[in-house]
Design a protein around this ligand. Structure first.
Ligand SMILES: [Zn+2]
Length: 439
């Protein structure tokens, strides 16, 4: 008697990303409801399960969906608005004025576009920080994406929640509203140490502890930030957050480009997590996060794209490729960040960074079914000697054929199932034309 399953993906090479690094050359995965129920050799799985729906993945790679640990999804509406400029000109003359035009509707539609791009590119979970985060949550839910969202908090009035003291209240409301949701969770997300007072940061951390959620903050992004923090507090940004008592496994430091050896040791000691966004750091000439040193010290590092205004896409394949190469150039050592390590940073290590590794990040029985099928029957993916090398240096978003999130097929044969792509594109084009840059 065969066991019932909802979906059976069979015939491909299953790259599990589990702790043993198991790969099944002719494998299969059975899904029931929102969970993976079995992974293994095709014959065994096919003989054991009677599925409602079969996905033939012959010639493809079956792997965990990619996890983008840091982005600002609604910023898709600013994609390509202003590039190739010095940081301050870019921010003050282009991004800040454009952000003044942001409203709920724009955030919602911009996030739908981000979700469309991410699903088509094999990303199944994203961590987001932005204004009107309630709309980011609604858009992620509508798209069927797994997301950690959070309202950006700082010492100034917000176009969303108003006076700064209302920010924590707004965040707490969001946490309660989305508590128990199967796709969306809410984190506490102060912007940065130079835009948030020590008092605000401490209250943010207390809130994260109260609801057992993450505390996510941009940290040590560039020289300017380090200089400002040193002038004001007489220490580095990492020393500052340590002194305030904010460091723990709940803490995710985004960027961490300018770190001293002591900073790295502090982050390691508290088991704090790092979100690495190499393309954004390169484009804004912030510098290079010392990822090889962080990994040596045992710090968990996940990969992210940052927002579309500084990348300019949400493509995790490009990010993996850049990440692997950047650190080789930076260290002069071609053996650092081998391909397998980088794939981990976009899957299981990314899941660890956002404390979701018991839920997603690998293809294992009991985990949520967030799985992608990547078509390897392509000229540029032939032949295959090392699967991880192809995933990092060769595969691209366009090679992702099927995306499954929480047991639901959200994209198949490059067609979105949860969103009407033409409409999503039309809406953002109109925002760009009539609101962001009216001519
Ligand atoms: Zn960011």
């Amino acid at each position: 008697m065969k066991e019932a399953a909802d979906i059976l993906i069979h015939g491909g090479r299953v790259v599990t990303m589990d702790s043993s690094g198991a790969i099944y050359e002719n494998g299969a995965v059975a899904i029931r409801g929102d969970r993976i129920v079995a992974v293994g050799e095709k014959e065994k799985i096919v003989a054991s399960f009677e599925p409602k729906h079969k996905i033939d993945a012959s010639g493809c790679v079956i792997m965990p969906g990619l996890i983008n640990v840091h982005t600002h999804a609604p910023m898709t509406v600013f994609r390509g608005l202003a590039d190739d400029l010095p940081l301050m000109t870019w921010l003050n003359e282009h991004i800040f004025p454009a952000e003044k035009k942001i409203n709920r509707d724009i955030v919602y539609k911009g996030t739908l576009l981000a979700c469309a791009e991410m699903i088509l590119g094999g990303t199944t979970t994203f961590t987001d920080m932005y204004l009107f985060a309630d709309q980011v949550a609604l858009a992620a839910k509508r798209a069927g994406m797994r997301a950690i969202i959070g309202e950006v908090l700082y010492d100034f009035p917000s176009p969303n929640y108003g006076p700064p003291e209302k920010g924590l209240e707004f965040t707490e409301g969001l946490i309660k509203e989305w508590s128990g949701d199967d796709l969306v969770t809410v984190a506490v997300q102060p912007h940065a140490v130079y835009t948030c007072s020590p008092e605000l940061l401490k209250k943010c951390y207390e809130l994260a502890v109260k609801y057992d959620t993450q505390f996510i903050i941009h940290l040590s992004e560039n020289d300017d930030e380090v200089r400002q923090v040193k002038e004001k507090y007489g220490m580095t940004p990492v020393e500052h957050v340590e002194k305030l008592g904010l460091l723990s496994p709940k803490f995710i430091g985004v960027h961490c480009v300018k770190l001293t050896e002591k900073d790295i040791e502090i982050l390691a000691r508290y088991d704090a997590r790092v979100a690495h966004n190499p393309e954004s750091n390169m484009k804004l000439v912030s510098g290079i996060c010392p990822v090889p040193r962080l990994l040596e010290k045992g710090v968990t590092v996940g990969l992210g794209t940052d927002g579309c205004a500084s990348n300019n896409d949400l493509d995790m394949w490009g990010e993996m490729d850049t990440c692997a190469k950047l650190h080789k150039v930076a260290t002069g050592d071609p053996t650092v960040l081998p391909a397998e390590t980088v794939v981990k940073m976009a899957t299981i290590e990314a899941a660890k960074a956002i404390k979701m590794d018991s839920v997603v990040g690998s293809v294992e029985p009991g985990k949520k079914a967030d799985i992608i099928v990547v078509d390897f029957r392509k000229a540029h993916l032939t032949p295959v000697y090392n699967i991880y090398s192809h995933l990092v240096y060769t595969a691209s978003s366009a090679d992702v054929r099927t995306s499954i999130i929480n047991g639901k097929v959200v994209m198949d044969n490059r067609e979105l199932k949860t969103l009407e792509l033409a409409r999503v594109i039309r809406d953002v084009d109109e925002i760009a034309r009539t609101v962001i840059k009216p001519r």
